[in-house]
Design a protein around this ligand. Structure first.
Ligand code: HEM
Length: 426
């Protein structure tokens, strides 16, 4: 498989670094971790900040210092593996994606320098302040309508379906330039890709997702071709203008691949941010009333949600050469599990890290958006969506609260965290 393939299906395992503690139980798929990763991570951090997880075949880093060091050295700790399925894909699903016209390539999150720098320059230009200003009224309008829909439905609503899921999907589709008329189809194709890459999808689910992923790729390809002929004021057209100005500096298939990747990168993760945030804000006595009285508290509250209960609790890297890390000799090919969730609760950086505190002075020192050359391109957009959603809810539903006695269910996976359902009442 080419180095620039979007997904690689390499399952080679490199054994534990010499002298490194080995943990035979740790798995982000385990019931206890899925229920509350922070309890598991605190214990592990105390026992051994760095260990080799035998079940995964990954070296696990739990301290902020070590996680940040890996992000800072992208040539030694490459991001090449971040989009690869964690568990092997069944033959039938792989076959569906082996057709000649399914040819997305690694462009941002899993592309190395110098190409990453070249492509990111164009993509970053598209996430401009101007583009955010254009999107903001759309996000506000959509939040108003979705909250109105919640209120119209009675005295309670399931928040994921009512707002958390539709808002980020539609926002990213408008950002790219996809027509509103296609929203339902697009949501159907793009939801669940997380299960394919980071989850434990059954063969049947994998086949279904592979069909959707292929259909979505074909849609992206046709959309880019249409925008080439008839540009508009959107992200896709901006990338195409850069390509037309200099086709070597930004390739045509690179544009298709950036667009393809964005709706996965910017959708379900923001849904999870919104739901995780409301769980924390509404379960701390008196906090929602305080926010409703003073909405200027929202921006720091969003940072604290990202620190305390991030929608992304881990990310990956792979060592490109023999090297040293946290005092161990790491062989080339070692896969690394960066525990962002653990680093965000590191006692060396955050006082009383297990307390949710929207006034925390250094809440923004979290590492939920990564760091270094791959730092999340959509961070401003995610924060904008979360801020507007919370502002709208605080203004329209000051009596908002959690429906009592509900238990949250999370889908077992390697990296992402957010409740499948969240019932709210007012
Ligand atoms: C709360 C929401 C989000 C979180 C927690 C998040 C987190 C992350 C993380 C951890 C990375 C990897 C950083 C690294 O490897 O150093 C990343 C990369 C990326 N994110 Fe996000 N993300 C969020 C929302 C979004 C949104 C809304 C978009 C797009 C609209 C987006 C687009 C991207 C892209 C394109 C990359 C790859 C950047 C590169 O490699 O140059 N993300 N994100």
């Amino acid at each position: 498989m080419a180095d620039t393939a979007y997904h690689k299906f390499d399952t080679t395992r490199v054994p534990a670094p010499k002298g490194c503690p080995v943990d035979h139980d740790f798995s982000p798929f385990s019931e206890t971790y899925v229920k509350n990763p922070y309890v598991v991570l605190e214990r592990l951090r105390d026992q051994s900040a760095v260990f080799y997880a035998e079940k995964l075949g990954y070296l696990v880093l739990t301290r902020m210092e070590d996680v940040a060091e890996v992000f800072r050295k992208p040539d030694i700790f490459a991001a090449a593996n971040v989009q690869d399925p964690v568990l092997p894909i069944c033959d039938a699903a792989a076959e569906i994606l082996s057709v000649a016209d399914y040819d997305p390539i690694a462009v941002l999150s899993n592309r190395a320098r110098p190409d990453h720098t070249r492509i990111r320059k164009h993509a970053q230009a598209g996430f401009s302040s101007r583009r955010m200003k254009i999107l903001e009224p759309f996000i506000r309008r959509r939040c108003e309508t979705l909250v109105e829909g919640m209120l119209m439905s009675g005295d309670r609503a399931e928040f994921v379906a009512a707002l958390a899921h539709p808002l980020p999907g539609e926002t990213i589709f408008r950002f790219i330039g996809f027509p509103e008329a296609d929203d339902q189809q697009l949501k159907d194709w793009t939801t669940n890709r997380l299960a394919f890459t980071w989850g434990e999808a059954s063969d049947e689910e994998q086949i279904d997702i592979a069909h959707k992923v292929l259909a979505y790729w074909r849609y992206c390809a046709a959309f880019v071709a249409a925008r080439y002929d008839a540009p508009a004021d959107d992200f896709a057209s901006e990338l195409l203008a850069a390509h037309i100005a200099d086709p070597v500096d930004l390739g045509y298939n690179e544009i298709r691949s950036v667009i393809y990747g964005l709706s996965f990168a910017g959708h379900e993760i923001v849904s999870n941010l919104l739901s995780n945030g409301l769980i924390n804000l509404l379960s701390t006595p008196g906090l929602w009333a305080k926010i409703c009285r003073d909405p200027s508290l929202i921006p720091n509250a969003v940072e604290e949600i990202l620190r305390f209960n991030s929608p992304q609790t881990s990310w990956r890297r792979v060592a490109t050469r023999d090297t040293e890390l946290a005092g161990y000799q790491i062989p080339a090919g070692t896969q690394i599990f960066l525990s962002l969730g653990s680093a965000n609760h590191d006692e060396n950086l955050f006082d009383d890290p297990g307390t949710f505190d929207i006034h925390r002075a250094n809440a923004g020192a979290h590492i939920s958006f990564g760091r270094g050359i791959h730092f999340c391109l959509g961070n401003r957009l995610a924060i904008l969506e979360a801020t507007i959603a919370l502002q709208t809810l605080a203004e329209r539903i000051p009596a908002l609260s959690l429906v009592e006695n509900q238990t949250y269910s999370y889908f077992p996976n390697f990296t992402f965290r957010g409740p499948k359902e969240l019932w709210l009442k007012w």
